[in-house]
Design a protein around this ligand. Structure first.
Ligand code: C2E
Ligand code: CA
Ligand code: CA
Length: 422
């Protein structure tokens, strides 16, 4: 049944390049052979191949053969992949999973959700025929138990007084991510993304402290801090001859009191900047209270003063069509979840296209976020999206890195990133 490669199938041949123990479960023995070869080429030699679920479960029960990672075929005649996942839970499997199947994207995604519901860590899924590069990308996501420990400690939850002191001690630092014109490459603006330069824990992402600020009545203080710094930076750029539209993220909790609009207007006036160069990106962080009149009033008045209003994370539960109807947004940001890989995934593509077309019909500027590679970029070009934001263009930068990036960006454009633009 097995080629010579499989003679050692019951014991792991430890290889210094990769300590990770992998089990492949697929009823198709040709597939088993193919994947084992592919893995070996990538330095993974501790591999067991099984052609049925019952055998695989035996390996999982045995401490010597228990894998760190399982490559699981969804479609098998006796015990299918989904059923196998249920057994994995019963057998206390704490490793990771990659689904492999010829099924379409939506089916794989549904299966992925099921696996998540069983609290089993999934690194992702692969389509058959398996692309070796994708396989290698997924396995790179695997973390050894000691890395996992580090990850756990990096999940530390901060107290509100720690955050308060961080604001007081200027440990919060604005990063700026460029938004560029897809048609010309011109740098139109930046989005301000705050980070915490923690004295002992290093760089902390906003996802770990924004909600703490929101829940503890600290969000106005935080937003004021971020806005003040962003305006000072905008002013410096302006004085050096660079007019950039500076966006900041505004949480719905900021919009609970009418004072917010006065605050924004005053800060912008004091900085000597025009509202037309300021964008407020709004996300619905939690269900708005019963009274939506105040946020509505604040946003409408800011728009009347010519501030730009951007609906953030469009397409997710956080922003809805009702908001589009009720609030005079003039920019729509398609959530990164519908942008990256939309060129190859028909479900994402349908949502991306619909968002783009809705924005255009409403006369709004369209921004695609999460543009990660050339393929994503090409889709934006083909579909006429106005602005691009994402790691393909630039990761969020500190202000001091900005001019260096601008130079490199110009070079990329001249070197043919945008055909016909040179
Ligand atoms: P967001 O507004 O949706 O910001 C985009 C996030 O995507 C940023 O994460 C950015 O670093 C990341 N990103 C950019 N390009 C790419 C890419 O190509 N691929 C991928 N996978 N990700 C990319 P970040 O900076 O961690 O911010 C997370 C969220 O924190 C933001 O999401 C925003 O909602 C919130 N946030 C950040 N700064 C502030 C702030 O000053 N105030 C408020 N209220 N929220 C903020
Ligand atoms: Ca945003
Ligand atoms: Ca977003």
């Amino acid at each position: 049944l097995f080629s010579p490669l499989y003679l050692s199938k019951n014991k792991y041949v430890m290889h210094s390049a990769s300590p990770i123990k992998i089990l492949i479960l697929d009823d198709d023995t040709f597939m088993l052979k193919l994947l084992t070869r592919m893995l070996a080429k990538q330095g993974h030699t501790s591999v067991i191949a099984c052609d049925n679920g019952a055998d695989a479960l035996k390996k999982i029960d045995n401490a010597d053969t228990r894998p760190d990672l399982i490559l699981l075929d969804l479609n098998m005649p006796d015990m299918d992949g989904i059923e196998f996942v249920r057994y994995l839970v019963d057998h206390q499997f704490h490793g990771n999973l990659i689904l492999v199947s010829g099924e379409d994207e939506r089916m794989l995604k549904t299966a992925e959700k099921l696996v998540h519901a069983h609290k089993i860590e999934m690194l992702g899924y692969l389509h058959k025929p398996v692309n070796p590069e994708y396989l290698s990308e997924l396995i790179k996501k695997w973390k050894s138990p000691s890395q996992e420990d580090q990850l756990q400690s990096s999940k530390k939850i901060y107290r509100v007084d720690e955050l308060q002191s961080a604001i007081a001690h200027h440990e919060l630092v604005n990063y700026y991510q460029p938004k560029v014109s897809v048609a010309t490459g011109e740098v139109i603006g930046v989005e301000t993304l705050v980070r915490w330069h923690h004295p002992t824990d290093g760089l902390i992402s906003p996802d770990r402290f924004i909600s703490i600020a929101e829940e503890n009545n600290l969000i106005n203080e935080l937003t004021t801090y971020v806005l003040t710094d962003a305006l000072a930076q905008a002013k410096m750029w302006y004085e050096s001859g660079l007019t950039l539209r500076v966006a900041i993220n505004v949480s719905m909790d900021n919009l609970a009191s009418l004072d917010f609009q006065d605050l924004v207007v005053n800060l912008v006036t004091q900085a000597g900047l025009s509202p037309q160069n300021i964008v407020l990106e709004v996300t619905e962080s939690q269900l708005m209270g019963a009274d939506t009149r105040i946020p509505l009033e604040i946003l409408t008045r800011l728009r009347l003063k010519r501030f730009h209003l951007s609906i953030d994370d469009f397409g997710t539960g956080h922003s809805s069509m009702a908001q589009l109807r009720d609030i005079p947004f003039d920019e729509l940001k398609i959530d990164q979840g519908f942008v990256h890989r939309a060129w190859t995934d028909t479900t994402l593509r349908a949502i991306y296209d619909a968002s783009l077309s809705m924005a255009k019909q409403l006369g709004m500027m369209t921004v695609a976020e999460g543009v990660e590679d050339q393929n994503d970029w090409e889709l934006l070009r083909q579909t006429g999206c106005d602005l691009a934001q994402g790691n393909f263009v630039s990761k969020p930068l500190q202000a001091k890195e900005f001019s260096h990036w601008m130079q490199a960006w110009q070079d990329r454009i001249h070197n043919g990133l945008i055909p016909g633009s040179t």
